[in-house]
Design a protein around this ligand. Structure first.
Ligand code: SF4
Ligand code: SF4
Length: 340
C-alpha cells in the first residue's frame, strides 16, 4: 500500500471528519492455536487465554462481506487480505479453501506462516496457488538447532517438514520469501550462513530480515550483522532485504493505523491494532455476530483514535505507515497535491 493511500485515510478521519474510506488491507486470523512456542511470540499470552470462537464457515461469510463492503459503501474497497495470526494459520483445517475463496473473489491474498501445513494448499489447483500474492515463511534460522531453540516446536520433525513444504511451494509460486528475525540467537555467522544455504536450497525469492522487538525492548543487532548478510547474499546468490524501519524515531502522536488495518481475530472480534488482540480498548466488537461495518469510522472508532496513547506502544508493524501519514499531514504542500 502506498503512503498516499494511508494519507488519504488519515486525512478523511483526522482532518476533514468525512466518512472514512474503507481500508485497503485487512488481516484475518484463522486460529489462535499454534504448534510452536517462539520465544519472542507477541500473542503467547493472548493465545493461552483465548480459544478460537470461530468456525470455518464464518471465514467464508467474512470474505463475502468484504466483497460486499466495497460494492455498497461507494467509498473504496478492500484490496488485500493477509492471513496471519493470532496463531499459525495453516493449522486450521480447511484453511486452504478460505484462501481459495479470497483469491477467487479477486483479493490480493497473502499468508504469513511458519510453514507447517502449507502442503494442504496442494488441495487447490496450481493455477490458484500461483495467484497467491505473497507467502512469508518464518524460519528465523536455517540451523536446525537454532531453529528449535528459538521456535520451540511442539511437534517433532517440523524443521524438515517446513523445508520440504517451502521447496514444494516455490516450485509453483515465485513470490515466496523466507523470514528471519534478527534475534540474539540468530545473528551469529554460523546461523546466518545456514540460513542463506536454506534459502538457496528451498528456492526462496529472498530472505527477509527484520529487527526483533523482545519483551524487554528492541534488539539492536551488532553492526557487523549487516555486512555479514550482504556478503552471504553474494556468496550464495540469494537476495536479502533487511527491514530496519522499527528503529526510526516516532514522529506521530496519534495512531493513524487504527483506520487502516483491521484484524479479524479468531476470538470473533475485530481489532484495530495488530499488537492488541484481546484488548477490548482496541476492538469494535464481534465480526461474527451483527454488522461490525456499522461501527467503522463512527463515534466509538474515533474515540479510540483520540484516546490511545501511542507513547505506551512498542515500535510495531504499522509504525512506518504512521510515520508516513504524519509526514503527509504536516506537509501541507504534499497534502494539497494528494487531493487536487
Ligand atoms: S509461529 Fe507465530 S504464533 Fe506461533 S508461537 Fe511462533 S510467532 Fe507465535
Ligand atoms: S501498537 Fe500502537 S502505534 Fe502500533 S498499531 Fe497499535 S496502537 Fe497503533
Amino acid at each position: 500500500m502506498t503512503s498516499s493511500v494511508y494519507s488519504e485515510t488519515a486525512f478523511n478521519i483526522a482532518i476533514k471528519g468525512k466518512s472514512p474510506t474503507i481500508p485497503q488491507s485487512v488481516e484475518i486470523d484463522l486460529t489462535n492455536s499454534c504448534n510452536q512456542d517462539c520465544s519472542y511470540c507477541n500473542t503467547a499470552d493472548f493465545r493461552a487465554k483465548t480459544p478460537d470462537q470461530t468456525k470455518i464457515h464464518h471465514y467464508h461469510k467474512l470474505i463475502e462481506q468484504l466483497v460486499k463492503w466495497g460494492y455498497t459503501s461507494g467509498n473504496g474497497s478492500v484490496k488485500t487480505i493477509t492471513f496471519v495470526g493470532g496463531g499459525e494459520p495453516t493449522v486450521r483445517k480447511g484453511y486452504e479453501y478460505v484462501v481459495e475463496q479470497a483469491i477467487d473473489s479477486g483479493f490480493l491474498t497473502s499468508i504469513v506462516t511458519n510453514g507447517s501445513y502449507l502442503d494442504r494448499l496442494s488441495n487447490l489447483p496450481d493455477e490458484t496457488i500461483k495467484q497467491l500474492s505473497w507467502v512469508g515463511i518464518d524460519i528465523d534460522s536455517g540451523d536446525p538447532n537454532v531453529y528449535e531453540s528459538v521456535r520451540r516446536s511442539k511437534t517433532k520433525g517440523l524443521y524438515d517438514k517446513v523445508k520440504d513444504n517451502v521447496r514444494w511451494l516455490t516450485s509453483i509460486n515465485n513470490r515466496v520469501d523466507v523470514k528471519v528475525l534478527l534475534h540474539p540467537e540468530t545473528v551469529s555467522y554460523e546461523s546466518l550462513s545456514k540460513t542463506f544455504e536454506y534459502g538457496k536450497v528451498v528456492g526462496a525469492r529472498m530472505l527477509y530480515f527484520r529487527i526483533a522487538v523482545l519483551k524487554d525492548g528492541i534488539f539492536i543487532p551488532p553492526e557487523s550483522t549487516y555486512k555479514i548478510i550482504e556478503d552471504l547474499s553474494l556468496k550464495f546468490g540469494v537476495k536479502a532485504k533487511v527491514n530496519k524501519t522499527r528503529l526510526i524515531s516516532r514522529n506521530y502522536k496519534k495512531c493513524h493505523a487504527l483506520f487502516m488495518l483491521p484484524v479479524f481475530c479468531s476470538d470473533g472480534n475485530v481489532y484495530m491494532c495488530c499488537e492488541n488482540r484481546g484488548n477490548p480498548n482496541f476492538s469494535l466488537g464481534s465480526w461474527v455476530d451483527g454488522d461490525f461495518w456499522e461501527k467503522w469510522g463512527e463515534q466509538e472508532h474515533k474515540k479510540m483514535y483520540n484516546d490511545i496513547d501511542v507513547k505506551l506502544c512498542q515500535p510495531c508493524r504499522p509504525h512506518v505507515h504512521n510515520i508516513k501519514v504524519e509526514e503527509s499531514l504536516v506537509n501541507h504542500d504534499y497534502h494539497q497535491e494528494l487531493f487536487l
